[in-house]
Design a protein around this ligand. Structure first.
Ligand SMILES: CCCC/C=C/CC(=O)SCCNC(=O)CCNC(=O)[C@H](O)C(C)(C)COP(=O)(O)OP(=O)(O)OC[C@H]1O[C@@H](n2cnc3c(N)ncnc32)[C@H](O)[C@@H]1OP(=O)(O)O
Length: 391
């Protein structure tokens, strides 16, 4: 494995979390007055060792922080150096818990593990309806009203960057929306961004995991994009702010794209040592011509909303001050149209290309699987994570 990869990703993996979660033998098993008992806590720690599915870095950090708080109390160790990315992330997560009482941390830890265990118990990828309602979504807000199901990306402090958990929840949400009685499905973002694209901390892994994680990432990407290709109802993107990476390329698989005039559209794949996804290597040239597609996909030119509209990627641009009001009024009117007619018309427009899109999606995912293991890609991610580079 290339040297830079090793430097970037040392140390942080599920195995490391598991071993940092070992319970010291001397901890005793009495029931406490409040919340989870020591026994509950220990059994949660043991359950973590059996977990088959990687819960993602965000959850692992939460688990780590609550374990440390529950067993050692507030963080009082020195802050790791800025380039020690993994240990700094762990320290930040623990330190953020401040003076949270040990008992509460223990209870939170038990709750977190119990959520993970119930989700990994499911043998199928998509859970039954009742189950899903119970589990809820951690990274999305999903609502259904006036014939419109709205899926809102909900990590505003991280510019709605897409974690592994988020890709999975979006797939579940689309599956649920495809079956509910709404007429239209909307994807939008909470906060100032639509989405800053793939969460680059998805790449923070140990070197010996890289090949396997790249393989799983390619499967996740293929399945995620596949859900959009196959989505049976009118799908609308309400682009409330800037969009980056996959949150731009995926737009060509929507039926309507409404954008605030504050939105920008940026696909800096080459800067990240990566290549186009979400079928954009085919849909963008066919939409705007190869020269304009190259400007975006190869050279990373950032477009304004007006430019994206002129290229056919955006349906209509609205002033930011009236964006929400105008868009939702329009969508509520559309949602009263005959549901089946809308659905059949969408399928008539989209079905011609479905097979081709699936083949392109598979090929793009395969190429990215290789790219993610390259030095070019790892250098770019390291630069972002160590704050040397921003888009
Ligand atoms: C498995 C499927 C894979 C599919 C592959 C898809 C490819 C892509 O999507 S490529 C695009 C990847 N995205 C990026 O390269 C964007 C990186 N982010 C940025 O350049 C900047 O954050 C920004 C220009 C989007 C915003 O800059 P601004 O100065 O306004 O805010 P920040 O302080 O940078 O961000 C706040 C907070 O959010 C974190 N963050 C934002 N975007 C990402 C991201 N994509 N990945 C990880 N983290 C992100 C940022 O680090 C800040 O976090 P802290 O407050 O903890 O420092």
């Amino acid at each position: 494995m290339a040297g830079v990869t090793g430097r970037l990703v040392r140390g942080w993996c599920l195995r490391a979390v598991r071993s940092s979660l070992q319970v010291p033998a001397q901890l005793h098993m009495s029931k406490t007055a409040m919340g989870a008992s020591q026994k509950d806590f220990e059994s949660a720690v043991n359950q973590m060792k059996l977990l088959k599915k990687d819960p993602g870095n965000e959850v692992k950090l939460k688990l780590y922080a609550h374990y440390k708080q529950a067993t050692e109390g507030p963080c009082n160790t020195p802050k790791p150096a800025v380039f020690d990315l993994i240990n700094k992330a762990k320290w930040d997560a623990w330190n953020a818990l401040g003076n949270l009482p040990k008992e509460t941390a223990r209870q939170n830890y038990v709750d977190l593990v119990s959520g993970l265990s119930s989700s990994s118990d499911s043998s199928s990828q998509v859970k039954p309806e009742a189950d899903r309602k119970q589990a809820g979504y951690e990274t999305l807000v999903m609502t259904s009203e006036d014939g419109i199901t709205k899926i809102m990306l909900n990590r505003p402090t991280k510019m709605n960057a897409l974690t592994t958990q988020m890709y999975q929840e979006i797939m579940l949400a689309l599956e649920a929306a495809s079956k509910d009685d709404s007429t239209i499905t909307v994807l939008t973002g909470n906060g100032s961004y639509f989405s800053s694209g793939n969460d680059l901390t998805n790449f923070v892994i140990s070197p010996d995991e890289l090949e396997e994680r790249a393989r799983r990432g390619a499967i996740l990407l293929r399945d995620f994009v596949g859900c959009f290709i196959d989505f049976p109802k009118p799908l609308v993107a309400v682009v409330n702010g800037p969009a980056v990476g996959i949150s731009v390329t995926i737009l060509r698989l929507f039926d309507l794209v409404y954008a605030s005039d504050r939105a920008t559209f940026h696909t800096p794949f080459s800067h990240l040592g990566q290549t186009p996804e979400a079928c954009s290597s085919y849909t963008f040239p066919s939409l705007m011509g190869p020269a304009k597609a190259a400007e975006m996909l190869i050279f990373g030119k950032k477009l304004t909303a007006a430019e994206a509209c002129a290229r056919g990627l955006v349906t209509e641009v609205f002033p930011d001050s009236t964006f929400q009001k105008e868009v939702w009024t329009r969508l509520k009117a559309y949602s009263k149209l005959p549901r089946n007619a809308l659905r059949i018309s969408k399928q008539m427009i989209r079905n011609h290309e479905k097979e081709k899109l699936h083949a392109i999606n598979a090929e793009e995912s395969r190429i990215l699987q290789e790219r993610w293991q390259s030095d070019e890609c790892m250098n770019a991610i390291m630069n972002f994570l160590s704050r040397k580079a921003k888009l």
